[in-house]
Write a protein that binds this ligand. Structure first.
Ligand code: GLN
Length: 358
């Protein structure tokens, strides 16, 4: 090993040691609050996070930019002022502000967990071959991307790739597939989740674009069971209700190597976590993903219901619910809040400061 490399290694170790010695306070807090979770050597401390989250909440509460999604009619009626922030650490510390117990439709964030389920069944290599992980640089529902992209499916986090991912999940009938998906999401959250029927009906009545995508995929042999049935199961998964707090728990499960920090259940295969997070990094905010990586540097996923969750690997997850969206379909306040918290806590994965090297 060269001197320079040894130097870097020592500096990294010094950074980690600093984090370790800073932890005893959090250690006690985590034990007291859960009794189950092991204390994380890297998760930030609850008190510090609460202060930052409170700052973010008051700083962005009055931000009125963006607009609710309205191509799914019922989403236009959701109160645009709802605003909640939740952080859950890998050692199950919970920090919240605002409307964290209001259920909203998970929408595209569901795609992350269907990807996890498909990988669980088929393995990472098969899913990569059948779906891929290339960003499209186009809108999340773009038929042009299906035609243009060499893989056609592009990645599991745009509509076409997500519908194809659903088509990969096994099940004797669409009903069996759907109940498997809902059960899986619930285990990831550590709580029973349910369908918001109103959202499902509203989207099912207006999803001609997704049906067109599924047929286009069929043309290229890139959908692996019945196209319209796959769209229907996909529409249901997008209509699952979650709160910001539940979403943070789902993100924290990914951050915690696939083990839900509250239930202690290993629900996502440990081996698949890095690939899932990498696909979130590439495409989690659609054609806003490059700007997001540049400014924030955390894998994240948005949904047109106004949810946004970012994963801090090893540390936890931050989820925001705020319905008004930007042009790409990402929550405006959600992006602001997570960027603010990530900056204050040095979370950007591409920055050596994220492991304590200042
Ligand atoms: N259900 C939505 C759709 O198919 C999900 C899109 C999203 O959240 N970006 O259009």
């Amino acid at each position: 090993m060269k001197h320079r490399q040894i130097g870097i290694l020592l500096a990294l170790l010094a950074g980690i040691t600093q984090v370790w010695v800073a932890e005893p306070v959090m250690a006690q807090a985590a034990k007291a609050s859960s009794g189950k979770a092991k204390v994380s050597p890297v998760a930030p401390r609850k008190q510090q996070v609460q202060a930052i989250v409170d700052d973010a909440y008051s700083k962005f509460k009055g931000d009125t930019r963006g607009k609710n999604a309205d191509y799914i009619p019922v989403l236009a009626q959701v109160n645009s002022n709802l605003f909640g922030i939740a952080v859950v650490s890998t050692d199950n510390q919970v920090v919240t502000a605002g409307d964290v117990k209001t259920a909203f439709s998970i929408q595209s964030i569901a795609k992350v967990f269907s990807l996890a389920l498909a990988m669980e069944e088929q393995g990472a290599d098969k899913v990569f071959e059948k779906i891929g992980s290339e960003p499209t640089g186009r809108a999340f529902n773009s038929p042009v991307a299906v035609v243009d992209m060499p893989t056609h499916t592009a990645n599991p986090l745009v509509n076409a790739g997500a519908i194809a991912t659903v088509s990969l999940i096994s099940g004797k009938s669409p009903e069996e597939k759907w109940s498997k998906i809902l059960g899986f999401y619930s285990r990831v959250a550590g709580e029973k989740l349910t369908l918001i029927d109103e959202v499902y009906k509203s989207e099912a009545a207006t999803n001609t674009g997704n049906k067109a995508l599924s047929y286009l995929l069929a043309k290229y042999d890139r959908i692996y069971s019945d196209p319209f049935q796959s769209v229907d199961v996909y529409t249901k998964e997008c209509s699952v209700g979650v709160t910001a707090l539940q979403l943070a728990k789902m993100g924290a499960t990914l951050a915690n190597n696939g083990m839900n920090p509250a239930t202690g259940q290993q629900v996502v295969k440990r081996d698949n976590v890095a690939e899932i997070l990498s696909s979130m990094m590439m495409a989690g905010l659609y054609d806003g993903s490059g700007g997001w990586a540049w400014k924030v540097g955390l894998p994240a996923k948005s949904g047109v219901g106004g949810g946004l969750v970012a994963v801090m690997p090893g540390k936890g997850a931050i989820a925001v619910f705020a319905p008004p969206l930007d042009e790409a379909g990402n929550s405006v306040k959600g992006q602001e809040v997570i960027q603010y918290v990530a900056n204050r806590l040095d979370l950007n994965l591409f920055s050596p400061a994220s492991v304590g090297l200042k």
